[in-house]
Design a protein around this ligand. Structure first.
Ligand SMILES: *[C@@H]1O[C@H](CO)[C@@H](O)[C@H](O)[C@H]1NC(C)=O
Ligand SMILES: *[C@@H]1O[C@H](CO)[C@@H](O)[C@H](O)[C@H]1NC(C)=O
Ligand SMILES: [Zn+2]
Length: 483
């Protein structure tokens, strides 16, 4: 008996240490997460989103962090979402595998994974559409469409509020209002599904910086915007203000993947008779969303236009429902890319905005690209979170970063963003309050001169003296008028 239980116990241990590559059903999914949590209790936490699916399946997330359950300043948050289309199942298994891998490598003291988890808060939602998964699985997983939608037959990646329409409208009016646009929404074109609502609450309440949603049916990393500006249904490049950064994010995944970026691989839907269909390998494994085909109500553009998060869409294989024997191979083809992409939460600049009273939440961080001879504002601001912290993903170059908040003098600094960052440049701002001075200048959002000759974190916090100079001149003028 003693021997028997010993054998059973050790068998249990070996079994629980091994991750099995197979299609995990909706009951098995949380068990895998639980097992990972049991193996790595100090750095993981499991939680469910605020609402379950239509058929009442909870949407489980596993979080990895040095201190799970809490946002900490200077620690960017990243997320992966799988299986938003129920019949596109690879992302679901890859994220379960990734959870297992992160825990395993952490326990083995893998220095890269340890550093990643110490410095990043990572959230994995393996399945956003468990009901669609069930239908696709019950019907054999072979159909291109069955199981794509949720149980109300709604495509969840068309169900998010269409904020693109709002920002394109502002753009046409010449207004550069391109962030946190949910408050500008006046109507929904369709009711929100429970899965959409749950994910919206999640992304509005967690200060995510970086994100990717995993699909299937092609092999490409797709970046914003997904919606065309003219209404064209396909083949119209729709650039966001952060086009350069998004390209770098997408290319990071494509290049670290086994062959997404390979120009010699076969396209997914090419047949000898059909040369016109896309072979994304020939364009580096990346595409702008609307340059492929335009869609409204997608999750990717919603992330960018409603929050501070930069999300891309990963299509991880020609087959939407690969057979179980292929899953481990697919893991090996994606593992490096999945990890490499998470490091992108650390590109650009981050910091804390404060004043004499403490942190300033909701301060605005704006950026001017001063690389080269032409300076160019990047018309997409990010905002500080509850601890006054911000994260501004940027590509290598020279930038002027400005922190603005009502009742304070704005402050700007030049910064040089290097290549191959594994840690964002830290740029904190201590803002001076107006303190009884008239604040009639506070809405002058820019003093306009961005000299490209300013380099390398050379302080440019002379906005205050500039303010005083401008104020003096205006007072002088006033007196001249009086005389
Ligand atoms: C978790 O943390 C506790 C307290 O620091 C430590 O004693 C324990 O070994 C850790 N467990 C694991 C699995 O790392
Ligand atoms: C800034 O401009 C440089 C030069 O044009 C470019 O290489 C870089 O990607 C730009 N950065 C961003 C974030 O757009
Ligand atoms: Zn899809």
């Amino acid at each position: 008996m003693a021997l028997y239980s010993f054998v059973c116990f050790s068998l249990l241990l070996t079994v629980s240490a091994e991750f099995q590559w197979k299609h995990h059903n909706n009951e098995e999914l949380p068990l895998v997460l639980q097992e990972v949590h049991n193996n790595c209790p100090n750095i993981t936490r499991i939680y469910a989103l605020s609402e379950p699916s239509v058929c009442n399946v909870p949407l489980y997330v596993i979080e990895f962090a040095q201190v799970p359950g809490f946002h900490r300043p200077y620690i960017p948050e990243a997320k992966y979402i799988g299986n938003i289309h129920g019949n596109e199942v690879l992302g679901r298994e890859l994220l379960l595998g990734l959870a297992h891998y992160l825990c395993d490598q952490y326990r083995k003291n893998d220095p890269e994974i340890k550093a990643l988890i110490t410095n990043t808060r990572i959230h994995l939602l393996p399945s956003m559409n468990p009901d669609g998964w069930q239908l696709a699985t019950d019907t054999g997983g072979k159909d291109y469409l069955i199981g794509r939608t949720n149980n109300h037959e709604v495509d969840l990646n068309r169900n998010f509020p269409d904020l693109d329409a709002i920002t394109f409208d502002f753009e046409r009016q010449g207004l550069s209002h391109n962030n946190h646009l949910l408050k500008d929404l006046t109507q929904l074109s369709a009711p929100l599904e429970p899965e959409t609502r749950a994910v919206m609450r999640w992304i509005m309440s967690t200060p995510f910086v970086l994100s990717a949603a995993i699909h299937g049916g092609d092999l490409v990393a797709n970046y914003p915007y997904d919606e065309s500006k003219t209404g064209a249904s396909a083949a119209e490049y729709s650039a966001s203000p952060d086009d350069e950064t998004f390209k770098e994010l997408a290319m990071t995944y494509a290049l670290a993947h086994a062959d997404m970026a390979s120009p010699t691989r076969r396209g997914c839907h090419t047949t000898s008779s059909d040369d016109v269909s896309y072979n994304f390998g020939k364009q580096g494994g990346v595409t702008n969303g609307a340059a492929w085909y335009s869609l409204k109500g997608g999750m990717q553009d919603f992330n960018y236009l409603a929050t501070n998060a930069f999300e891309i869409t990963l299509e991880l294989g020609c087959e939407k429902y690969p057979s179980a024997e292929l899953l481990e191979t697919e893991w090996n083809r994606n593992r490096e890319a999945l990890v490499e992409y998470l490091w992108k939460a650390h590109i650009g600049v981050k910091g804390v905005v404060s004043d004499s009273k403490g942190f300033i939440p909701n301060a605005i961080i704006s950026v001017v690209n001063c690389t080269g001879s032409v300076t160019k504002p990047i018309r997409h601001d990010v905002t500080t979170g509850p601890y006054g912290d911000y994260y501004r993903l940027l590509t290598p170059g020279q930038y002027e970063i400005t922190a603005t908040h009502t009742g304070h003098f704005q402050a700007s600094r030049m910064v040089s963003v290097p290549k191959n960052q594994k840690s964002a440049i830290i740029l904190d701002f201590r803002l001076e309050e107006f303190q009884g001075k008239t604040n009639w200048l506070q809405d002058l959002s820019s003093f306009g001169v961005y000299s490209p000759s300013l380099r390398n974190s050379q302080p440019r916090i002379y906005k205050r003296s500039l303010y005083e100079k401008v104020a003096e001149t205006m007072l002088e003028n006033k007196e001249i008028v009086k005389q």
